[in-house]
Design a protein around this ligand. Structure first.
Ligand code: NAD
Length: 252
């Protein structure tokens, strides 16, 4: 099918199931003509993917907690499909014990783990991804407004998202030498596997939806459509930015 991404090869990292924001990206990018390469965290995720993603889609293992895995994943991707044009990074993790109570409850180890998987992974993905990326490429990560507001129970993940958004700006400056753009989408709250780790997540989603301008929360398809635009040459003027895709929740 032809569309704004026809001829582009794009890596999507972080599809866990059909509720994942990354799956909304998968659907939107595929419908705009992109060839998709998926990475998955572990065998359990691969089993899940195989239930609903066509077997012809290239799937490569990549647990981002070890940068060596990231390096070998991009080597494998290069061997299998050649140069790429974009990467969607839709990965985050914090121990559920840290997604409740107070921020001072978190230990240094769990803080470091959240930073490593949710922030440093974008840096290592950019480091190895740029080595196989064509000029004019695009990298997009997913963030949340808990980076700027003290959202109940979001705690160290909010701190991680602030670091992620700062990383986007620094990476955008550095990768500009290769004409690669880096941006973030700040999505409204959607019920996904990751969100169910946050204590009282249903309240968080309810409050988020109520603040949407029409009272209806954003969908993974709407997030995916913005990701498709950011992967395309139509967004060439957007560099190092955080784009809200939350139906106006952040305004109210
Ligand atoms: P999800 O659970 O569907 O996806 C999270 C993904 O992270 C999973 O695929 C999981 O395998 C992957 N992951 C975790 N640790 C990993 C590791 N060590 N190596 C490789 N992969 C790992 O949840 P989601 O909500 O779609 O999350 C995707 C991104 O969107 C996250 O960055 C999340 O913070 C962000 N986000 C989510 C919301 C929301 O409300 N759901 C809002 C804004 C931003």
């Amino acid at each position: 099918m032809s569309g704004i991404l026809t001829g582009k090869k794009i890596v999507i990292m972080g599809v866990a199931n059909k509720r994942s924001l990354a799956y909304g990206c998968f659907q939107a990018l595929e419908s705009q003509g992109a060839e998709i390469i998926l990475t998955y965290q572990n065998d359990r995720m691969l089993k899940s993917l195989n239930r609903f993603i066509d077997e012809n889609v290239t799937k490569v293992p990549c647990d981002v907690s070890d940068p060596e895995n990231v390096e070998s994943a991009f080597k494998t991707i290069h061997e299998q499909v050649g140069q790429i044009d974009g990467i969607i990074h839709a990965i985050a993790y914090a121990d559920p014990e840290d997604l409740k109570g107070e921020t001072t409850d978190a230990s240094l180890d769990s803080f470091n783990k959240a930073q490593s998987i949710s922030v440093y992974s974008l840096i290592s993905v950019a480091k190895y991804g740029r080595q196989i990326m064509n000029e004019g490429g695009s990298i997009v990560t997913l963030t949340y407004m808990g980076s700027e507001r003290a959202i109940p129970n979001y705690n160290i993940m909010g701190i991680a998202k602030a670091g992620l958004e700062a990383s986007v700006r620094y990476l955008a400056r550095d990768l500009a030498s290769q004409n690669i753009r880096v941006n973030a989408i700040s999505a409204g709250a959607v019920k996904t596997l990751a969100v169910t780790g946050v204590k009282d997540y249903s309240t968080l989603i309810k409050l988020s939806n109520e603040r949407a301008v029409n009272g209806v929360g954003v969908t993974i398809q709407e997030v995916g459509n913005t990701a498709a635009f950011l992967m395309s040459d139509l967004s060439s003027g957007l560099v190092g930015d955080t784009i809200y895709v939350d139906k106006g929740t952040h305004l109210i």
